[in-house]
Ligand binder design. Structure first.
Ligand code: SAM
Ligand code: SF4
Length: 327
């Protein structure tokens, strides 16, 4: 077998890189209103350091990289990093997850630098509600970002929508209508508990519920998406150009096909989103580790991937919020 495999024979070919813990929004399900204590600039990996780690990982079997945050576009010069990563021969796809608010000014440059695909988080189509959910942003900016991404040819643009009971679950049909009328690709995500919160709480809507509501609009035909590396299952409403995806981290975990590692902005490799276990690459890198040394640490992280998370038993990560890991 070539490539990277964990202890459960799962291939690991995907690295999510958080380039910053900073964010210009404060989404109610991700960050406390006052934010979280920020990493110091010295703690955050430089682009050169990220590149070195990506090169080591690519030499072992990582083929796909996703940039995330915090909000990745608040970090200056992101297209420079995209271009550096695009120059690593073994990496065949670079993608980005963003809240879209700053995308209008960067989409074309990102595409030119080698970005292939983009996921934009959007939880509501109502301007007032957008302000309530994000506590900072405007819907208009994110919509402009979506259009800019489409115009730049970053297709398919996928939208990530976290569904929360009593907050935005009444908009499930509105998002579904956009898959029919505007060809949008919308992925509905179950609300996950985050650090500091014991459970997803009363806002949790299982995907089975979302499906029931959508099936009132028409039969959901399964679709094989060729552009996904992740856990979503895709469907199409009759006559729709766009698709509806479901991501079920809570009700139906997809750990059995987990293919990923996560690199935090301060240089820790996390074998699992839902576990606090981390392998420190930054200290090794700054201490002069060789490529071989880095690869050994990456192997350790792969070997430490658990079989599955234990959310159902109330075992949730305590040290970092999703904004500090990258989702
Ligand atoms: N700032 C970027 C964005 O919002 O797309 C990237 C980082 S954000 C942490 C990555 C993804 O995590 C987003 O799609 C967001 O909706 C999702 N996320 C954050 N907190 C979540 C939670 N409690 N449950 C489910 N998804 C969550
Ligand atoms: Fe920021 Fe993304 Fe978290 Fe919202 S979900 S607070 S945009 S990191």
């Amino acid at each position: 077998m070539t490539g990277l495999y964990d202890s459960f024979q799962r291939p690991v070919n995907y690295l999510r890189i958080s380039v910053t813990d900073r964010c210009n929004l404060r989404c109610i399900y991700c960050m406390p209103e006052d934010g979280v204590p920020l990493m110091s600039h010295d703690d955050i990996l430089s682009y050169e350091e990220i590149y070195t780690i990506a090169r080591a990982a690519a030499g072992m079997g990582i083929e796909k990289v996703r940039l995330t945050g915090g909000e990745p576009l608040v970090r200056i010069g992101l297209p420079v990093l995209v271009e550096m990563l695009a120059g690593i021969p073994a990496i065949d796809e670079i993608s980005l997850t963003t809240n879209g608010t700053l995308l209008a000014e960067h989409a074309a440059e990102l595409k030119a630098a080698g970005l292939k695909r983009i996921n934009i988080s959007l939880d509501t189509l109502k301007p007032e509600r957008f302000k309530e959910i994000t506590r900072r942003g405007t819907l208009e900016d994110t919509l402009k970002g979506i259009t800019a991404a489409q115009d730049a040819g970053l297709e398919p643009v996928k939208l990530n929508t976290v569904v929360i009971a009593g907050v935005n679950d009444d908009e499930i049909p509105d998002f579904a209508a956009r898959t029919v009328n505007d060809g949008w690709h919308v992925r509905f995500i179950e609300l996950m508990p985050f650090a500091g919160k014991k459970s997803a709480g009363s806002g949790f809507v299982p995907v089975s519920d979302m499906r029931q509501r959508l099936e009132k609009l028409g039969k959901l035909e399964p679709v094989l998406h060729t552009t996904g590396n992740g856990p979503a299952k895709y469907y199409r409403l009759p006559g729709a150009k766009g698709t509806i995806g479901f991501i079920t981290p809570v009700s139906e975990h997809f750990c059995y096909r987990c293919n990923r590692l996560r690199l935090t902005a301060d240089g820790k490799l996390r074998p699992c989103l839902m576990s606090d276990r981390e392998i420190d690459l930054k200290t090794a890198l700054r201490g002069g580790a060789t490529m071989t040394g880095l690869k050994r640490l990456i192997e350790q992280a792969v070997a430490a991937k658990p079989r599955n998370h234990h959310l159902a038993e109330g075992d949730i990560p305590k040290w970092r919020t999703f904004s500090q890991i990258g989702g």
